[in-house]
Structures are given as C-alpha cells and as structure tokens.
Design a protein around this ligand. Structure first.
Ligand code: PEP
Ligand code: MN
Length: 348
C-alpha cells in the first residue's frame, strides 16, 4: 500500500504519517520521487484500515498495490531507477552500458587480452565468470578466487568495471569484494537464500531471468533483494527454454517493454545466452537496444574455438568492435547513447 503525499506536504506531515503507520504496527518507508513523496507500507497490509490514514494532513491518496511484487513495481516508484556503478557508468538512464567479455575467466593472458579488446572496442564493463554454475559437473567450474584476482588485475589495467557471478550465499561476500556488479545467474534466480544475501551487500546486483521463469517470477526474485535493503538491481533478459532447437533459447525481446511497464528497475539484454550462437548475437543485440534495453551483455573471447565455456556464442574481437559501432547508431536513433568511460581511466 502507498500513501501518496500532496506535493506541498510539509516535512512534519510526512513524519507524522510514518509515525502513525508504525504505531498501527506496520513498517513504513519514505519514497522521495521527483513529482511527489509517498510512504510505502511494506509487507502484508491485510489488517490495515485505509480510513485511518485517508484524510490525515498532507495525504493526497492511498493506492493499494495489487501486483504480487511491491517494491520493484512502478506503482511503488514511478520514476526509473538509475543504478550507478561509477561516476560515468550507470544503468537505467539515457546511456547504455555494454558489458563484454568471455563466459569464464580462464587464464591471466586470456582475461587481460579480452579486457584490452573490450576496452578498445568501446565496451563499458568487463564480464567473466570466476565461479561457474555449469549444467554438468564435468564441465569447467571456473578458477574461483584466483579468477576474481585476475579480473581485478584486468580492471586495473583497463579501467573497465567488472561483472562476475556469485553462485552461493557463502561465496557472495568474497565475490562482492572484487566485483563492481555481482551477477546472479539464470540457474540461481530462485535461490532465495542467495537472493537474501544479495540484498545485504553494498554492490549492484545483475539478476538474470531463470531458464524457464515468468516475468512475474523474475520480478518477485528482485523483490527478495530489495526487501533486504539493496535497491541497486539490474534485471537481465537472457532467453527462456522453448521447444525448438536452432537457437539455444527463445530470446524474449517482448519482456523488455513489458518489464519497463511493470517495474522501475533497469532491464538489460544478453543475446549471447539468448541465442547460443555468435551468428545471431549482433542482430539480436541491435534489436534489444531498439526495443529499449538499458544495457547489453555480450560474450566475446579472444580465441572462441579454445574457450572453456560458451565458445560457440562468443563473438570474435573484431565482431565486437563492429557491433559497438552499430549499437551507437541505433542508440542515437532512439535518443540514447552508448556509455563511455573517461579516457583517464585507462591504465589506472
Ligand atoms: C553467464 O553469464 O555466463 C551465464 C552462466 O549465464 P546464464 O546464467 O544466463 O545462463
Ligand atoms: Mn556463458
């Protein structure tokens, strides 16, 4: 439930409403928007009689949020949430950050080369998994903490902020010490103990849509993170299971405008996992930007044939360079731009 205050409501009127809600036994959260201040009542509100709040000084209206998710909903917060990663990189505003890099961190030479290529191509962040949630226990599981250290080295050399995955609640703190954005992958979208821990850390979370999850389930998973206090969540469409086989997944472009209608959180697209094949990645990346995506994540490997994971969907370095150029054109057509790092960050 939301208590929307009048635009001219005084500070004391707002504090007094918060006090009343708490005295009635509910939890209140002040939400300062551009147009208005609202007070959200968190959790179940079944026992709350709206009439005890309606008509109090400064109250404009009371809105019951009927959707299953609350804190992530547009009703709760009409303005887009902009998740800042650094002074020049943020998701959810006019600029579109491009996250590029290999599926997995494999060696120092590989990740440094990938970072250098990504930086030169105009990508904004570097990706690379150090802890890999693989469908098969026999597949490469990642370099673990050594991989995190290599990512930090690549960031130091190129200035690219890093995105890397946490796969369990015990490991999220160490990942967040190194990462600029902590990824929660498709297989873990409904790992509720991991989501709760993600809600307690101080880093933005990139939450990928589950392998066969509905949009509502994705938003409810994001809600778990917000209820714990971390509202810096970036959602990611990465395709869902379908019945046909030419593409690895069904890349659900429609989810982008749908999610933007339902939620204030930024939504980015990952056409690499969405399609499973480098042949289809550029066209789907461009389509995602045209559809309004707030960012992109693409896999790129210096030598895809030798990649230890997801080689078939990893772009060649030259393909990334060409793709970034094309994305800039699409972005400018729709009044957006690709996020650029300050030149001074190179080699810092
Ligand atoms: C990844 O980003 O490499 C990954 C494992 O993605 P997803 O969780 O979407 O499968
Ligand atoms: Mn991958």
């Amino acid at each position: 439930m939301l208590v929307v205050m009048r635009s001219d409501a005084a500070g004391e009127e707002i504090s007094s409403i918060i006090q009343t809600i708490e005295e009635l036994g509910f939890q209140a959260r002040e939400i300062r928007g551009v147009q208005r201040t609202a007070i959200g009542i968190v959790g179940g509100v079944d026992g709350l009689d709206e009439s005890s709040l309606r008509g109090l000084p400064g109250v404009s209206e009371i809105i019951r949020i009927t959707r299953p998710f609350k804190l992530v909903s547009r009703e709760w917060k009409p303005e887009n949430t902009v998740v800042a990663v650094s002074d020049c990189v943020s998701f959810g505003g006019k600029s579109i950050p491009i996250i590029a890099g290999p599926c997995s961190v494999e060696s120092e030479a590989q990740i440094i080369e990938a970072a250098t290529v990504a930086r030169a191509a105009g990508a904004t962040l570097l990706r690379g998994g150090a802890f890999k949630p693989r469908s098969s226990p026999y597949s490469f599981q990642g370099l673990g903490i050594d991989g995190l250290k290599l990512l930090a080295r690549a960031r130091e050399l190129t200035g690219l902020p890093i995105v890397t995955e946490a796969i369990d609640p015990q490991g999220i703190n160490i990942v967040s010490e190194y990462a600029d954005i902590v990824q929660i992958g498709a297989r873990n979208m409904q790992n509720y103990s991991l989501l709760k821990e993600a809600g307690k850390i101080e880093k933005p979370i990139l939450l990928k849509r589950g392998l066969a999850s509905t949009i509502t389930e994705l938003l409810l998973s994001a809600e778990y993170i917000l209820t714990e206090g971390n509202d810096r969540v970036i959602l990611c469409e990465r395709g869902i299971r379908g019945f046909d086989t030419p593409a690895r997944n069904i890349f659900d472009l429609t989810s982008i405008p749908i999610i933007q209608g339902l939620s204030h959180l930024p939504i980015i697209a990952d056409p690499s996992h969405g399609t499973g094949s480098r042949e289809y990645v550029p066209s789907m990346a461009l389509a995602a930007v045209a559809a309004g995506a707030d960012g992109l994540m693409v896999e790129m490997h210096p030598d895809p044939a030798r990649a230890l994971s997801d080689g078939a969907q990893s772009l060649y370095p030259a393909q990334l360079t060409e793709l970034v150029t094309q994305i800039k054109e699409i972005a400018s057509t729709i009044g957006r731009e690709v996020a650029a790092l300050a030149t001074a960050t190179i080699g810092t």
